[in-house]
Design a protein around this ligand. Sequence first.
Ligand code: 5GP
Length: 132
Amino acid sequence: MAGIFSKIVTGEIPSYKIAENDKFFAFLDINPLAEGHTLVIPKQEIDYIFDIPADQLGEMMQFAQKIAKGIEKVVPCKKIGVAVLGLEVPHAHIHLVPINSVYDIDFKREKLKLSEERFRELVLLISNHITL
Ligand code: 5GP
């Protein structure tokens, strides 16, 4: 049975999509640590990131790089932090989180509550700055 992120890829579950190509998909995390917090996933449902075939993993990071470059043009930050946890959703995903300090990427912190309108604005702003 398809998992939650596979349903996001097919559109069965809605998401704030940032970008996609034939192999990868990027969308805003619904419980963000920061504005612009994005998840990058392979369309193929593989639980553990290091089970992804090496060539695809390389491509996934290159895809994530393009997304990160778009986020940093929109969200003021020192860098885009990168994290892989995968303890909650068994579909490999890279977290891209705008950070100014280590505290900004502390997953134990309370998450932001953004309005639907703000999520939509962020999608428009960020996706306009991404060239795949
Ligand atoms: P992890 O598996 O890396 O520990 O955490 C999963 C992440 O996916 C969390 O940051 C959570 O907010 C996010 N997440 C879980 N379900 C959904 C969903 O349905 N939509 C979106 N956009 N994000 C989700």
